[in-house]
Design a protein around this ligand. Sequence first.
Ligand SMILES: Cc1cc2nc3c(=O)[nH]c(=O)nc-3n(C[C@H](O)[C@H](O)[C@H](O)COP(=O)(O)OP(=O)(O)OC[C@H]3O[C@@H](n4cnc5c(N)ncnc54)[C@H](O)[C@@H]3O)c2cc1C
Length: 320
Amino acid sequence: MKNFKQYYPTTVDEAAKYLKENPKDTYIVGGGTDVIGAMKDFILPTYPVALVSLDKIPGLTGIKEEGDYLIIGAMTKVEDLAMSDLLKSKYTCLAEAASRTASPHLRESGTVGGNLCQMTRCWYFRHNNNQFDCVRKGGSTCYALTGETRFHSIFGLTKMCAAVNPSDLAPAMVALNAVAVTNKKEIPIEKLWSFAVPGSTTLDHDEIITSFKIPKFTGKSCFYKASVRRTIDFPIVNGACAIDASGNARICLNAVAMTPHRCTEAEETIKGKSITESLAAEAGAAAVQKAKAIPGTGTSNEYKIEIAKGVIKKVILGCK
Ligand SMILES: Cc1cc2nc3c(=O)[nH]c(=O)nc-3n(C[C@H](O)[C@H](O)[C@H](O)COP(=O)(O)OP(=O)(O)OC[C@H]3O[C@@H](n4cnc5c(N)ncnc54)[C@H](O)[C@@H]3O)c2cc1C
């Protein structure tokens, strides 16, 4: 690694000031499980001269219901979500997503904010020493489109980038209609992600997520992750469904597109109906109607369409 400074501000304003004064080469660090690895492997387009840690800022951790919302501090560890009795009983899909994230060790270090802002795992993007000057790094080629695509996008594919968002917490947050609260504004969760590097988010460089707000939820919810190994593995496809007390569903898949993919066709399919095996399968088929595999030159990602269908079916049946 190259030398870099690490700042430990004690307020969000102080952290934002460091970021604002050094717009290009100062990055936020939560638990560091993503960003430090990226620095070790030299995959960031600009190598950070400094990291701004949020670790010493009070008030950024915790899980509590307050007024009409569940509030989760951005620096809360992923393991705390997995272990929370409140989440397990009322916001089940989020507790399930957390418990299926990485390994116990990584869950103890990784934060909720970092999980939602993590960079893509596209193997061209992540190749050591920036060997592939892909579009995310300012180049003009998406190497996946003509290369090995087995884990890449099946939705919203453009010539720009075929990488997917790998977060396990993201689909659960979308299903529960979360809002990211930053030092500048509130962002409805579906508007949090973009193509940007680092972080793949729409956040300004000096914008810090302080918490996530989820409207109090009284329905049923379920998360499912399809991966090669049980947990310490990124999803091939994951997904979450939340059905509220009035029968309205929010369903989201991830690892299928550049950003988490809301499945409105599946939501419409089950609206107002009682859940059965065949209805859940119908919703799965509706969800992947617009999916498209990338031919590539290696293993095609066509199998992901079938997996996505199955994930939708499972998360809907999990809400019965
Ligand atoms: C071996 C391995 C396996 C993994 N498996 C999984 C998995 O199965 N599922 C999964 O979802 N993830 C997985 N991860 C990815 C990741 O490490 C974890 O998701 C973790 O939760 C990231 O959190 P962090 O706090 O360590 O992030 P950091 O590395 O600290 O930050 C990640 C990004 O988020 C930005 N950031 C952090 N906090 C904030 C904030 N509050 N506001 C604005 N920006 C912020 C940082 O600038 C950086 O760009 C894995 C990682 C490794 C190394």
